[in-house]
Every structure is written in C-alpha cells, then in structure tokens.
Ligand binder design. Structure first.
Ligand code: NDP
Length: 258
C-alpha cells in the first residue's frame, strides 16, 4: 500500500527563479502557504524584498537573492547559499523568463536571440544540473520547468521565445528519463495567457485585436491570474505527483483545445 496523496510541502525547500514577480511570485507564495521554505532568485532587489516580506508573513522560512540566471558564475554559489541557509533543495522551479518581441527572424539580432535562449533554456539546464546532483544524493526531488502555449504553437514575432519553450518540453522529458532512477520527477507547466508584466503589452489599446482574439479563443473567456499557477505547481512539487514525470501540463483556461 502506498501512502495517500499529500499536497503538503511542510519540511520541503523550494527554489523559484524569477520568484519576485508574475507567475514565479504566485508559485512561491503558494509553496509557502503549503508549508515549504522558499528561496527566490531575481535581479530587481526592490521586487525581491517585497516578495520576501510576503513569504515571511505567510509564515515561511524564506530568502531572496539578487541573482541574474544568465550569469553562469553566479549560479553555483547562489545555489549553495540557499542550501546552507534553508537546507537541501527539494523543489526547483525554473521560471525566470523574458520575451523579446523582435518581429521575427528577419529583424531579430543574434544578441536578442542569445539573451532569450540564455535565460529561458541555458539557465534551466545549468540550475537543473546543480539541483539534480543535490537531489540525487537524497533520492528525492522535483524539477518544474515553465513551458508555454508557444511550446506547441509557432510564434512569428517572437521566434527565440517559441524555440526555447519548445525545447523546454523535450528537455523536461529527457531529464525525466535520466533522473527517474534517482527518485527525481521532472515536469513542466504550460500556462495560457496570464496577466503579468510580460504580457502587459497585449492588454494595451495597440494590441486590442490580439487581446480580443485571446479572449475569444479561451473557453474560460478571461486572462489567468499568476496565483492560478500555484495549484498545479504544488501538485507537481508534492508527493501527490510521485508517479508523474516528463509531463507538460497546460494551465490555460482551455486555450489550446481549439
Ligand atoms: P514576468 O515578466 O512577470 O516575470 C519574469 C520573472 O523572471 C521576474 O521575476 C524577473 O525578475 C525574472 N527574470 C527575468 N530575467 C531574469 C534573469 N536573467 N535572472 C533572474 N531572474 C530573471 O513574467 P511571467 O511571470 O509572465 O513569466 C514567468 C515564466 O512563465 C516565464 O518563463 C514565461 O516565459 C512563462 N510564461 C508566461 C506566460 C504568461 O502569459 N505570462 C505564458 C506562458 C509562459 P527580475 O526582472 O527582477 O530579474
């Protein structure tokens, strides 16, 4: 007999990159409410401080580090600091992200392309390596990556973004195969259209036609809120999902079903 499903994260340590805003903030706070200790990485120290205070007032042990995930030399020391202060990392959420609206490959510069791939893909590989090595010693861990609707669909004006998000689905599957024998599950969330800073331009008058199209296509008929990502993230972070791995779960109000 296996134990009944538990969504409790008490005693777990989670690291959420890009945890100072948008979806990362929603997930970090959800983890804190589920009982986890939570560390966040983000570049903006004022936003880090706001979320750190919110995590602490939710009763969590918490820390916020000013880390740029594209700074390869910063990742290992920052990861070690989290483990020294909060304990071994049980849950890694690779959420930090940017989208460069270049207009397409004819306009996109190599620098713009590289910055997106470095943030959205290379940092996921590097942080997952660090986390998986630590988790493997305890034979337990959860890695959650952020996919997108553009993991499935092409995106003419943001090709670097869809390239990275498509790769996230495959990297998630590959890591899931490799790490399963070590007791580590690797899954991804594919959010639909979520109201955050990243998507703010779509809610301006200039992109009204695109916004109308999104609302018409989403059966829920509305944008998602960052906090609405937390439930599925808690499931993927908890023992309730111990037999789920390599999966990308859409949380999109039904956007992708038509
Ligand atoms: P936001 O722009 O609201 O937040 C992005 C977060 O990532 C911020 O906390 C930002 O903090 C952090 N970040 C960006 N670059 C770096 C970096 N180099 N180092 C460390 N942190 C960084 O975006 P969302 O919340 O909307 O997006 C979160 C994730 O969800 C992304 O991976 C995105 O692609 C994905 N997603 C979002 C969707 C949406 O509709 N909003 C839909 C599908 C996927 P700071 O600037 O302080 O570093």
């Amino acid at each position: 007999m296996t134990a009944p499903a538990s969504f409790d994260l008490a005693g777990r340590v989670a690291l959420v990159t890009g945890g100072n805003g948008g979806i990362g903030r929603g997930i970090a706070l959800g983890f804190a409410q589920a009982g986890a200790a939570v560390a966040i990485f983000g570049r903006n120290t004022a936003k880090n401080a706001e979320v750190l205070a919110a995590l602490k007032s939710a009763g969590a042990r918490a820390m916020a580090l000013a880390v740029d995930v594209t700074d390869r030399t910063a990742l290992e020391p920052a990861f070690r600091r989290v483990e020294a202060e909060l304990g071994p990392v049980d849950i890694l959420v690779n959420n930090a992200g940017i989208a460069n609206l270049s207009g397409g490959i004819l306009q996109e510069t190599a620098e713009s392309w590289d910055s997106v791939i470095e943030t959205q893909l290379n940092a996921v590989f590097l942080l997952s390596k660090l986390a998986a090595a630590s988790m493997a010693t305890r034979k337990r861990g959860k890695i959650i990556n952020l996919g997108s609707m553009y993991s499935y669909f092409g995106a003419g004006p943001i090709p670097s973004y869809s390239a990275a998000k498509g790769a996230i689905v495959q990297l998630t599957k590959s890591m899931a195969i490799e790490l399963a024998p070590h007791g580590i599950q690797v899954n991804a969330l594919a959010p639909g259209w979520i109201e955050t800073d990243m998507t703010a331009p779509v809610r301006t008058e200039a992109l009204k036609a695109m916004n109308d199209e999104i609302l018409a296509r989403t059966p829920a008929g509305r944008w998602g809120q960052p906090e609405e990502m937390a439930g599925t993230a808690i499931f993927l972070a908890s023992s309730a999902s111990d037999f789920v791995t390599g999966e990308t779960i859409r949380v999109d109000g039904g956007y992708a079903i038509r």
